[in-house]
Design a protein around this ligand. Structure first.
Ligand code: ZN
Length: 104
């Protein structure tokens, strides 16, 4: 039996929102060049509950989990699009192709 005490190290998906300072761009316009956004640690995201940036190591995990979810979602939708597309082409082959000869 393994005991797990102490603070939660479980990776939980925290609610994030786009940083209001840089609007997700990760940089803010400076006088001569763009500056890393100080508000969100140049991640483009802040915690939706506090409005503050998460520590970089936490943010990396959060973004990684989201990226995995989005990537899985994308490949699922690609599969279904591909399937529908193939069906469509199969149906098309059964469509026109007969001659217009009526025999009259
Ligand atoms: Zn920002």
């Amino acid at each position: 039996m393994k005991k797990n005490h102490g603070p939660s190290f479980r990776r939980e998906l925290k609610p994030l929102m786009v940083c209001g300072t840089c609007r997700g761009a990760t940089v803010t316009p400076g006088v001569f060049h763009q500056i890393d956004c100080f508000k969100c640690n140049a991640s483009g995201w802040v915690c939706a509950e506090t409005g503050e940036a998460l520590p970089v190591e936490v943010m990396v995990q959060q973004l990684s989990m989201r990226l995995r979810n989005v990537t899985a979602e994308l490949s699922r939708s690609r599969l279904s699009i591909g399937g529908a597309h193939e069906q469509y082409e199969q149906n098309n082959r059964l469509g026109p192709g007969g001659s217009n000869y009526t025999g009259d």
